[in-house]
Design a protein around this ligand. Sequence first.
Ligand code: SF4
Length: 199
Amino acid sequence: MDIEEMKFTVSDEGAIKKVTIQEIKPCVVAQNKIRVLLQLDSEIKDVIPILVSRYPPGRVNYIENKVILTLNVNDRLVTLYPSGKVSMNKTINKEDAIEVITAIVGDINECFNEYEKGETQIEGKKISQIGPLTIYNCLPKTDCEECGEATCMAFSIKLLSGDVKLNQCLPLAKTGKIDCLKEIMGIQLMQKLGWENQI
Ligand code: SF4
């Protein structure tokens, strides 16, 4: 197939507008699925550290010294490289790949806007260091189940995957523990994880 036929417009405005599918191979981890290599039409080195903060910490793996970000989204791994290269596994077909990368490019383009305005507040390194135990140590640790989870640790794990919202821990607002979370996460990430109370 001609390379032009594999070039797709994924955004009408923003730094990234087009994506080219460069290679399609069988996926080695999922039968009947494919692994797709894509190339964005711009490098993304400056915005990958910002993009890290747009996803729940449990869904990202960020290698800071290489500026490589892997997202666990849409039941697959999507790895983004500084050059704008992207690899995506467990994909159904090229239309599926384009649908997923279009959503990610939307986030990337917003990150470019933030970057240009100097509005970035979250360090990718800080986020990549947040694990379930970090969250757990800042929760009330009463296992009261008001959030719908059996334990505070279960809540911490689901929080990092984006499966529960921070606001669901009702006792959190009534305790000084909220300051602990503010210190380790920062307000922007707390809001990303579903903290809607006044901070
Ligand atoms: S509501 Fe908060 S304190 Fe209670 S179990 Fe859930 S996370 Fe723990």
